[in-house]
Design a protein around this ligand. Structure first.
Ligand SMILES: Nc1nc2c(ncn2[C@@H]2O[C@H](COP(=O)(O)OP(=O)(O)OP(=O)(O)O)[C@@H](O)[C@H]2O)c(=O)[nH]1
Ligand SMILES: C[C@H](OP(=O)(O)O)C(=O)O
Length: 207
C-alpha cells in the first residue's frame, strides 16, 4: 500500500525549541523520518515523501510547499484513494512506530484512523475517494466528521506506538525509553539521558 509521509523540512518541530536548536531540530526530524520510512518498508508499505523541499534520500517524493492539509488533499486526489488502491498518510514524527503497529492500519474500513495523543491524527488509511483531511486542532474529531459527511465507515486503531508523535520535550522521554532506531541514537549522541530522580521520568542533557 502506498503511504504518503508529509515532512516539514525547513523549520520542523518548533515545539522542541526549548531543548533543541534549529539545526538540531532539523537533524532530529530527519532521524525520525528515517525510522518511519524504515518501519513502513518493513511493513510492506511503499512510502512516498510529501516534503516542503527536496530531500536527499532514496525514496519516491513530491515537493509541495503549501500548508499540510492542502498538500495532503492534493496527493489524495492525485493518487485516487479507493477500495482497490488504498492510500495511507503516516506522519514523519512517529519515532516509535514499528512494522507491527503500522501493519494494523491495513485491516478494512473506508477510513482507518490512528489518533495521536492530544487530538491529532497520526496515521490514516483512506479507501473512500471523497474523503479529505483537515489537519491541526482536534483533527481526530474533524476526520470522524469528514468521514461521516461522505458516508465512509471508520475504523480506529488503538496503538500507543502510533499515538505517540514527538511534539513536546516530554515526548523525548518516550523515545529514550522505547525507541529502537535512529531517533533514539540521535538523542543519546546529543547527550540526552533519562532523569529518574523524582516522580515521572524526565530528561537531562550532558554538556
Ligand atoms: N508537507 C508538509 N508536511 C508538514 C507540514 N507541516 C507539518 N508537516 C509534517 O506533518 C507531520 C505533523 O506535523 P507537526 O507535528 O505539526 O510537525 P512540525 O510542523 O514539524 O512541528 P511543530 O513546528 O512543532 O508544529 C510531520 O510529519 C511534519 O513533518 C507542511 O506544511 N507540509
Ligand atoms: C498535524 C497535526 O499534528 P499535531 O499538531 O497534532 O502533532 C494533526 O495531527 O492534526
Amino acid at each position: 500500500m502506498r503511504a504518503i509521509v508529509p515532512f516539514a523540512a525547513e523549520r520542523p518541530k518548533t515545539r522542541l525549541a526549548d531543548v533543541l536548536t534549529a539545526s538540531e531540530r532539523r537533524s532530529f526530524a530527519d532521524a525520525m523520518l528515517s525510522d518511519v520510512l524504515d518501519a513502513l518498508r518493513a511493513a510492506d508499505f511503499s512510502p512516498h515523501l510529501l516534503a516542503t523541499e527536496r530531500q536527499d534520500r532514496d525514496v519516491a517524493q513530491t515537493v509541495d510547499d503549501r500548508p499540510l492539509t492542502e498538500a495532503v488533499n492534493d496527493a489524495l486526489r492525485e493518487h485516487g484513494a479507493s477500495d482497490d488502491e488504498p492510500v495511507a498518510v503516516v506522519m514523519a514524527d512517529l519515532a516509535l512506530a514499528t512494522p507491527a503497529a503500522l501493519s494494523r492500519l491495513t485491516a478494512g474500513g473506508d477510513v482507518v484512523i490512528a489518533p495521536g495523543r492530544g487530538g491529532g491524527t497520526n496515521a490514516l488509511v483512506v479507501r473512500h475517494p471523497e474523503f479529505r483531511v483537515d489537519y491541526h486542532g482536534a483533527s481526530y474529531l474533524d476526520h470522524l466528521r469528514a468521514a461521516r459527511d461522505v458516508g465512509a465507515s471508520v475504523r480506529e486503531v488503538d496503538s500507543w506506538r502510533l499515538a505517540t508523535d514527538v511534539d513536546e520535550p516530554e515526548d523525548l522521554v518516550e523515545v529514550l525509553l522505547h525507541g529502537e532506531g535512529a531517533s533514539r541514537d540521535w538523542l543519546v549522541d546529543a547527550g540526552f539521558e533519562l532523569d529518574t530522580s523524582d516522580g515521572r521520568v524526565g530528561l537531562t542533557r550532558s554538556e
